[in-house]
Write a protein that binds this ligand. Structure first.
Ligand code: NAD
Length: 457
């Protein structure tokens, strides 16, 4: 703690999340953080392997926070209580372990890591250091998710027997991952890990159980090289970009008119790409993709529950669902995302800060006698990031009272590992032609590349 009594934070990774979700929140930017946050927290250093991106963060945020290329140097010059780790998924384990060994507690964004093996290193380091690890599973702070967890855990459907769930991404949202580092398996372990870890964690959390085996299949058939399109290597150098449903307009400003959001993608990535070579608007149909774009899996839980899950990245509409069936009834959650009327075409989407409108999320309780009860859920803090989920997570860490937070919403590293475990087992199963993979097979190494990664074209 600083002499002024504030919690000291180092932020590692000054991209999308580090800068605009966490730094802006701790600095109490409107719609990001509560006014109390900056009275309780102080950012003492920024760390990024691209120091230019951290410099831009200072410029955009109006701060003069010292910038370092590594956590070790930052921590030795500016001791801190917490490290916030918002770097690429494959770097989380090393940075977490370094922070914990230096006596810091950690907020690490989801997914905890890219394999069970790396998660175990984090869990062991946190136990050894006696420091906290809080994982950015912010979806738990969504009121509908919390409502489901409360109902199922309190026995509203009896003993859970089966779960069906799926994450169906539309063309812009699904495609957005194929413009960036996420489409390289070595950096994300695929979208089942990177993206679906949220939803897999919700399943594990709602039924309060841990996965012990998975059989899965997956492939990439849509985001494949398309020589017929004669597309350029990146949207900003592509003759057909404006006709493409995946066009990423690198020059657009985010809605809201805030100065920090002006030409957000250009300033955050393109202006500094000469330092690290990271291309933000790579063609989604390039041959660099090594992840699957659709996957289906079956999951077995320790307590006997059976689960099925599917990931789809190229659907016309976005859709999410969780269906839990127990001995006394069934709980269903679903939401269809609706087109955003503010968009004059379908091509701007997630890339530009315009997301499809969240439709009307619905929870239905199907009683044993067939009667259907619709459950009303009150939304709180909806104007903040991720529908209010981010501000609640950060408030809970800083001890700032905020409505709608319960200790069970905080994801422990052991629980976060269980979401990664499903993706890890699924990757091994897919590489093995769909065979059943038990949890004991994980924990020694990273999962293998999907077979689709080796297929070019
Ligand atoms: N919880 C959520 O809702 C949510 C949403 C989006 C992203 N995320 C997670 O946040 C993390 C960051 O994602 P993003 O969208 O901000 O990515 P990004 O590419 O915008 O930013 C990543 C930053 O990390 C830096 N970096 C990479 N390796 C580093 C290293 N070894 N040391 C220091 N800096 C390093 C990069 O230079 C970049 O500035 C990912 O793990 C992602 O899964 C979580």
């Amino acid at each position: 703690m600083s002499t002024s009594g504030k919690q000291r934070f180092i932020i590692a990774g000054l991209g999308n999340r580090g800068r605009d979700s966490f730094a802006r929140a701790l600095l109490s930017f409107p719609d990001r953080g509560l006014p109390e946050f900056k009275q309780k927290a102080e950012i003492v250093a920024f760390v990024d392997i691209n120091p230019e991106r951290a410099r831009v963060a200072n410029e955009v945020l109006g701060t003069r926070i010292p910038v370092f290329a590594g956590l070790a140097e930052a921590a030795s010059k500016h001791p801190a209580d917490w490290a916030i780790i918002t770097t690429n998924d494959n770097t989380h384990a090393d940075i977490c372990v370094e922070a914990l060994r230096r006596g810091m507690s950690v907020i690490v964004d989801k997914p905890l890591a890219t394999s069970v093996w790396e998660c175990e290193r984090i869990v062991a380091a946190s136990r050894e250091a006696g420091r906290q690890v809080v994982v950015g599973h912010n979806m738990r702070y969504n009121e509908h998710m919390f409502q489901m967890a409360r109902m199922v855990r309190s026995g509203a459907i009896g003993k859970v027997q089966q779960v069906e769930s799926g994450e169906v991404l539309d063309l812009t949202h699904g495609g957005s991952y194929f413009h960036r580092w996420h489409s390289e398996f070595s950096k994300s372990s695929g979208l089942l890990n990177h993206k679906c870890c949220h939803q897999l964690d919700i399943i594990n959390w709602v039924i309060d159980d841990r996965p012990v085996g998975v059989s899965a299949m997956g492939d990439r058939t849509y985001f494949v090289p398309r020589p017929d399109l004669k597309a350029g290597p990146r949207c900003s150098q592509c003759a057909i970009a404006k006709q493409c449903p995946h066009y990423c307009n690198i020059d657009v400003s985010y809605p809201g008119g805030r100065p920090e959001d002006e030409k957000r993608l250009r300033r955050m990535y393109v202006d500094v790409e000469h330092v690290d070579g990271f291309i933000r608007d790579a063609c989604v149909f390039s041959d660099r993709n090594t992840i699957n774009d659709h996957e289906v899996l079956n999951i077995r839980y320790a307590g006997g529950v059976l689960g099925s899950f599917s990931l789809m990245t190229f659907a016309p509409r976005e859709y999410n669902y969780f269906y839990f069936t127990g001995t006394e009834g069934r709980l269903e959650y679903s939401v269809v995302f609706e087109p955003n009327e503010k968009l004059d075409d379908n091509r701007s989407g997630a890339e530009t800060g315009f997301f499809a409108n969240e439709g009307k999320p619905q929870i239905r309780l199907l009683h044993k006698d067939g009667k259907v009860e619709f459950i009303n859920v009150k939304r709180l803090h909806k104007g903040y990031g991720h529908g209010g989920a981010d501000v609640k997570l950060i408030a809970s860490v800083l001890g700032v009272p905020i409505e709608g937070v319960d200790p069970i919403q905080r994801a422990t590293p052991e629980q976060a590992r269980n979401a990664v475990a499903i993706a890890d087992m699924a990757a091994r199963s897919i590489a093995g032609g769909g065979r059943y993979v038990a949890i004991e097979e994980t924990g020694r190494d990273r999962p293998p590349l999907p077979p689709s990664a080796r297929r070019k074209g």
